[in-house]
Design a protein around this ligand. Structure first.
Ligand SMILES: [Zn+2]
Length: 249
């Protein structure tokens, strides 16, 4: 039996029995962790209020058995709130839908429980903080998060140089299967020709150039979102449910 402590973002919660919940967190050093929180569904549980989706928390876990995920899930025994992103996110529909897609993507990109993924964790914390602050357009915060998650997963799309032969950009054609923009010589069936503005926007979101990204017109933002969504779906093989509800533009 062992105690361990970690920071994490609550990705989702599921009911367990009469009063308990299973909490799924993306933690800084233990990767994705599922743990049981006892008694949290009682109406006056402050403990339960801290363990809601989007919450950034410091949790003490009590693991039974030598392995983190073994015979039983660990228990959450103490929780401190680091940042309550839930309130500003859940109260705004555009932020909520973007945030929900971010949590779901973070879970999909951390397939193995207990395997550390510090980069994905830091990306999620930064993305939720930006989303909660209201400083950026929620759809753009989401698209930047999705592009960077893809890049960290080894699927960085190219928006400048040809993804096949490396010909310096700008390049006109875009193919999900080829890995981004491609030149006329490398063009494959099914390539599309996005607007140069949408490609520039996506490059700016991938590199975190917010002034350039926010200068984009809404039609290019919508077009860019469509490409990001298509690219993500291709790589995840099946679509993210929550993306369908994200308000574009
Ligand atoms: Zn080429």
């Amino acid at each position: 039996m062992s105690l361990f402590r970690d920071d994490g973002i609550v990705l989702r919660t599921q009911k367990l029995g009469e009063a308990d919940r299973i909490i799924t967190l993306l933690t800084r050093t233990h990767g994705r962790v599922r743990a049981v929180a006892r008694g949290v569904r009682r109406t006056k549980s402050k403990f339960g209020a801290r363990l809601e989706p989007f919450s950034h928390v410091d949790v003490q876990f009590f693991a039974r058995g030598s392995e983190l995920i073994g015979r039983g899930l660990p228990l959450c025994t103490q929780t401190e709130t680091i940042a309550a992103y839930g309130q500003p996110i859940v109260g705004d529909y555009a932020r909520y839908t973007a945030g929900t897609a971010m949590l779901e993507t973070a879970e999909r990109f951390t397939d193995h429980e207990g395997e550390p993924n510090v980069q994905q964790y830091l990306l999620l914390v930064g993305g939720l903080r930006t989303l909660a602050s209201g400083e950026r357009t929620p759809g753009m915060v989401l698209d930047a998060f999705l592009l960077r998650s893809l890049a960290m997963g080894g699927y960085a799309p190219s928006f400048e140089d040809c993804a096949k032969c490396g010909l310096p950009g700008p390049n006109r054609f875009f193919s999900i299967a080829a890995g981004g923009v491609i030149c006329g010589d490398c063009r494959v069936p099914g390539s599309v020709v996005p607007s140069p503005e949408a490609l520039r926007l996506l490059g700016a979101l991938l590199t975190g150039d917010w002034p350039a990204a926010e200068a984009a017109e809404s039609r290019h933002v919508r077009e860019g979102s469509g490409l990001v969504s298509a690219y993500l779906h291709w790589h995840l093989e099946r679509g993210l449910r929550s993306l369908r509800f994200v308000e574009k533009g």
